[in-house]
Design a protein around this ligand. Structure first.
Ligand SMILES: N[C@@H](CCC(=O)N[C@@H](CS)C(=O)NCC(=O)O)C(=O)O
Length: 256
């Protein structure tokens, strides 16, 4: 880490469920902007007592000396204002900036939600899988809580996000639609989704799409592709081969 790029001397505190792709979006932004931070990792359900402390409910939450931020987009906007790195997540030119923000919103509200629902449909019932996904690096008490409460926690997640075979099929359709939008935008070999530089749009797409692309450079994803259910593997292979999938995989290779 280059200390000359550190604008904020108090370390930022990032509250996460580490496997969450919205948390990965923020973690990656922090790394790109060379901002030091401490990650506080939680098991789902137990995260609520941490996020509540900062006025939030979902993860990620960023606690800073200037205030607390409870949504990934809000966090990225804030980080862009405090980093003294030359790199910026949001272009200054207003029209380009709007494009970046609209794409980020599309990925946050559709892709992120659909990918979570689709992946949970295949994974949520398996205690060993979910232990690997949810528990690494979390406090001992929460890991014990996971062992005792797993059936309740997984049932609650299933109910909250309405995880069913039908919703998973609809989500897969939604994922393919967003990938097609990205394919179109990257036609003519454009290197980035908006303008000539990497932006919050590319980063958000790559981070949120990671569970359906399984980039080897991802810092948290744990599954080996061959260990995943066959139906997941065929979707992953299909999406990896798209222009959009290639774009995200390249960003992980070159920028993560
Ligand atoms: N719009 C939010 C979405 C974050 C989100 O959906 N987080 C999920 C994890 S993937 C979560 O915290 N779920 C548990 C909860 O809402 O309590 C953001 O971009 O930060």
């Amino acid at each position: 880490m280059n200390s000359s790029t550190i604008a904020n001397s108090d370390p930022l505190r990032l509250i996460t469920i580490p496997i969450s792709h919205y948390c990965e979006k923020v973690r990656w932004a922090l790394d790109l902007l060379k901002l030091p931070y401490i990650e506080e990792k939680h098991v789902p359900a137990f995260h609520r007592s941490a996020t509540r402390k900062y006025g939030g409910s979902s993860v990620p939450v960023l606690a800073s000396k200037s205030g607390n931020f409870t949504d990934s987009t809000e966090i990225l906007h804030y980080l862009d204002t405090i980093s003294s790195s030359d790199f910026r997540l949001y272009p200054t030119e207003p029209k380009l900036r709007r494009e970046v923000e609209e794409l980020e919103e599309l990925f946050d509200t559709r892709l992120g939600v659909d990918i979570r629902n689709w992946a949970y449909f295949y994974r949520l019932d398996n205690r060993d899988t979910m232990r690997k996904a949810w528990c690494k690096g979390t406090p001992l008490l929460e890991r014990v809580g996971f062992e005792i409460g797993f059936p309740l926690i997984s049932a609650k997640v299933r109910q909250t996000y309405n995880i069913t075979a039908e919703s998973a099929a609809l989500s897969l359709q939604g994922i393919r639609e967003v990938f097609e939008i990205v394919n179109q935008r990257l036609a003519d070999d454009r290197p980035y989704l908006a303008g000539d530089n990497l932006s919050a749009a590319d980063l958000t797409f790559a981070a949120l799409a990671a569970p359906v692309l399984q980039p080897p450079e991802h810092p948290v994803l744990v599954a080996k592709i061959d260990e995943l259910p066959i139906d997941m593997v065929s979707v992953i292979r299909e999406l990896q081969a798209t222009v959009a999938g290639n774009h995200a995989l390249r960003l992980y290779r070159e920028q993560r």
